[in-house]
Write a protein that binds this ligand. Structure first.
Ligand code: SF4
Length: 543
């Protein structure tokens, strides 16, 4: 939020959650005219121009009732030609990136918020989960089934680390997380402890902790599974973070495309409040912390932390220029930690077992483990938790068992459309933020989408550019218009004479875009173009 807007809201007051106030207004079928904008402006503290901007931005801020949607994530798109039909007319419903069932798709969402899978079943149970390292950290409860209920979670030891931490004090927790070397699992691999320290030491009247559950990378679903089946472990991680940095308020920012996660987290919050785990005195310690759930209204870019802050403040979900960083000036201009779900679920283990035990796992540059999500194109899809340092090829060939039904995989798309497309010759790369960065490989959220040999590379290019054109937040021209122009070219068929223009366009998008979305999304398209030039560049103009 700009200084000017912030001052405007401070002097005018305003709702804590303008976005859902607008949603209520729009869904009730009320008009958006000058009178309505005046009233909404008074209630939200936002000027009419900002309200108009917000109303035109979010895919879910529409008057029509919620409709069924078909998953157009990469895994479902690749699986669709070979899958049996699902009980929703896929051609007649809008698409969504993505529903987080990449291991069992194609998936569709019906009007009641139930997921249907080609493999059968509704709102299904957790996927196959395995741990191949010396320790299971984020999957330790998932391996023993669903732990969404408080009684079962507590029996498994959840909130034990919190009770111990409350005795030892916030400085000890902060030191321990900092020493552990825990890195954010959202893609950048930024040290979580450094972020927490910066937030704890920044001046501010209020402090916030936000769990980023906006897992938009098609191909990744670990955060969905954790939110649905281990929500109390996530809450414990959030409370530990809040205790360490001195935050009193927390937000669970969850994708609207994950309705089951929303339901289960709401239930977990209610249980935690009733049990005195959240509220004015966490476990009777005198430390107060409350968490609210924010259901996102459909925008991939809101997974970026500054765009997420804008959404929480009722503004367009566009990225903010940094600095200042959210740890210093985040939600409502106050110090804020934004960590993704998997990152926070690591924290109770670190507090329980200690930083040294955590550092003993993985590599020196990337301690601990990473949950890797395997799409349906593999023989054994699901979630594999592995220590950092494991070669990607071991995951693809041994743990995932290669391609489904013996079909050869020509590549894996690692980290979603903003990630890296890697052919078999590149699979020896270790899963480690530093080692991957040295080779220009992006781990992203850790989703692996297998690309079977039967895939048409030209169709995959179109799919990736469709994703970019649809999910661009529109703030900067290279990404907004460049993606649309590139998509139009790819759909029309790229001829030899078009190739230099297409390449120049991709280069421009990658270098001149404002945020990582525009800078990185051309990467997999480049990789396909380089590897399959003959199959993508048409010799003949299309008829
Ligand atoms: Fe928005 Fe794309 Fe620009 Fe990022 S690169 S700010 S997503 S338009």
């Amino acid at each position: 939020m700009s200084e000017r807007l912030r001052r405007h809201r401070e002097t005018r007051g305003g709702a804590a959650d303008p976005l859902h106030l607008l949603e209520e207004h729009v869904r009730a079928g009320r008009p958006i005219d000058a009178a309505a904008l005046r009233v909404l402006g008074q209630r939200t503290g936002l000027p009419p121009a900002a309200l108009r901007g917000t109303l035109s931005f979010y895919g879910e801020l529409v008057p029509e009732p919620r409709t069924a949607r078909v998953c157009r994530g990469t895994a479902c798109t690749l699986a669709r030609p070979r899958a049996p039909r699902v009980p929703v007319d896929e051609g007649a419903v809008p698409g969504v990136y993505c529903l987080g069932y990449c291991d069992r798709g194609p998936a569709t969402l019906d009007e009641q918020g139930r997921v249907h899978l080609a493999a059968g079943g509704e709102t299904p149970s957790a996927p196959a989960v395995r741990s191949i390292g010396r320790e299971a950290i984020v999957t330790r409860h998932l391996l023993k089934g669903d732990h969404s209920g408080l009684a079962k979670a507590r029996a498994a030891g959840v909130y034990g680390a919190l009770a111990a931490a409350l005795e030892r004090g916030p400085a000890w927790v902060l030191d321990e997380v900092e020493r552990s070397g825990l890195q954010g699992r959202g893609g950048a691999g930024f040290p979580a402890g450094a972020k927490w320290r910066r937030c704890a030491e920044a001046p501010g009247e209020r402090r916030f902790v936000i769990a980023n559950g906006d897992e938009g990378d098609p191909g990744s679903f670990i955060d969905r599974v954790l939110m649905e089946h281990d929500p109390h472990a996530l809450l414990e991680g959030m409370i530990l973070c809040a205790f360490a940095v001195g935050a009193g308020e927390g937000v669970l920012f969850v994708r609207g495309e994950y309705p089951e996660a929303v339901r289960r987290l709401e239930a977990a919050l209610a249980e935690a409040r009733r049990a005195g785990i959240l509220g004015p005195s966490v476990l009777g310690s005198g430390f107060g912390f409350e968490v609210r759930l924010f259901r996102a209204l459909g925008s991939y870019v809101c997974g970026e932390e500054t765009a997420m802050l804008n959404a929480l403040e009722g503004l367009r979900g566009e990225v903010r220029l940094r600095p200042p960083y959210p740890a210093e000036a985040g939600l409502h201009g106050q110090p804020t930690v934004v960590n993704n779900v998997e990152t926070l679920v690591n924290v109770p283990w670190i507090v329980e077992r200690g930083a040294d035990a955590y550092r003993a796992l993985g590599t020196a540059a990337s301690p601990g483990t990473k949950a890797l999500c395997l799409s349906r194109a593999f023989a054994r899809p699901g979630i594999v938790e592995a220590e950092f340092g494991v070669p990607l090829g071991r995951i693809v060939e041994q743990e995932a068992g290669g391609g489904d039904r013996g079909e050869r995989l020509i590549a894996v798309l690692l980290g979603g459309p903003m990630g890296s497309l890697l052919g078999p010759a590149e699979w020896e790369v270790p899963v480690c933020y530093a080692a991957m960065a040295e080779r220009g490989v992006a781990l992203g959220h850790g989703g692996l989408v297998g690309v079977p040999e039967s895939t048409d590379p030209a169709a995959l290019v179109v799919h990736l550019l469709e994703f970019m054109a649809e999910e661009s937040c529109g703030k900067c021209v290279p990404c907004r218009l460049g993606s649309q122009r590139a998509l139009a070219m790819a759909r029309a068929g790229i001829g030899p004479a078009d190739l230099p223009v297409f390449e120049e366009l991709l280069g421009l998008i990658g270098t001149a875009s404002l945020c990582a979305f525009g800078q990185m999304t051309p990467g997999p398209v480049w990789a396909l173009l380089a590897r399959y030039t003959e199959r993508i560049v048409r010799r003949e103009a299309p008829a």
